[in-house]
Design a protein around this ligand. Sequence first.
Ligand code: ATP
Length: 434
Amino acid sequence: MSTVALKDVTKVFPDGTVAVDNISLDVNDGEFMVLLGPSGCGKSTVLRMVAGLEQPSRGAILLDNELANDLPPRDRRIAMVFQDFALYPHMTVGDNIAFPLRLSGMEQEQRTERVADVANALGIGDVLGRKPSQLSGGQRQRVAMGRAIIRRPGLFLMDEPLSNLDSGLRAELRAEISALVRELGVSTIYVTHDQAEALTMADRVAIMRKGVLQDVGTPTQVYGRPATLYVAAFLGSPRMNLLESSVYVHLDRYVALHLGDQALYLPWDDIRSRAVAHYHGERIVVGMRAEALTPVAPDTPGAVLQGRIRYLEHHGHESLAFVDIGATAIVVDEMGTPVADGESDRGRRSGRLGKVMQRFAGRAGVLPADADTIGGQSGVLTELGRHRRRPAELAVRLAPYPAVSAGHPMAISVRLDALHFFDERGNRIDVGWR
Ligand SMILES: Nc1ncnc2c1ncn2[C@@H]1O[C@H](COP(=O)(O)OP(=O)(O)OP(=O)(O)O)[C@@H](O)[C@H]1O
């Protein structure tokens, strides 16, 4: 039984590095929480603060609702598992697993019984007499797990425990570890930079970037409705297509999302149109995952984009076509800032829809055929200029080894209900559904 709460926790190291920046996060009893993010984003520092190995510079850490900032590590009922296993090389597997029990003064007989139980549960009951050097990587990691669970801790802290293993074994062990900790019902904080691990193992995922928490939610939530452009770009393979789009409202008809020379049209009665309409005359980012895109016949009506295959990637079970549609992609690299410290234009935007409406109403509801002529608001189009851009190549899934090749034209049907929208600051535009 353990809950963890971080309240406005910041960690600044003596050299001035802000490793963790004002994070608040709750881990519920029995929950498997994964901290996900690229190298250096502060995941391990969070874990070390929960373990009591680092002191927060500001904020509070609560364990079971009690302030624990000054609680020594040994009083925290925590077991840690690291990527380098940290087994004692001179001890047998059995002695390694039993070590925490010996420290606590448990009788030999009872120890042997508990070790056998744990080792059998982990499938290493037959190697108890071996030394760590005589084990495979996967077995060593199971021993490390065994040593962590034998004391029946209230909380597991795991820091990239699988990263030294090959990919097949990693997949096998991640299923085993998540099954085991769920069976034990022990709250767990698991650190990884591997999104597959995070999405397959977690009850909830907390995604960090440069010390800042970007999003927290179930795997379905963070994948299906990412809070920021960064999360959208970080999760999923192939990466989400992120396209720069200019928004033009055609009152009572639709909201046009211009993507280069082409456009997608959100029907006016679609609830999302109202949210996106606030950005009339501005650029936003439209996200579309490969699963929202289907190749179709060129003359297919509806939400269809025309392009040309730039290149193909064959992955065995599927092929990916990267299709040039003449639009601009927004690049969000792992450490890159989608939008720098530009002033917020929330204030400017508030009431904008109203102004747009008034302006259009003055034209008696008649809208110019050429939407691009609407506006004169180019002043607000500059903020997206802070993103890095490149010509967009839409990643589209195809059957393995398709009968098309680079240079072929391709029409792509787009599921409008699967679009994601982000503002110029990289934050999700809430469209009031999903
Ligand atoms: N003792 C320290 N003194 C100064 N800076 C530190 C110290 N420990 C960590 N950092 C810095 O704090 C930041 C966060 O480090 P941390 O180890 O928490 O990241 P991480 O996300 O766990 O990365 P990785 O996956 O590479 O372990 C990094 O910029 C790191 O260089």
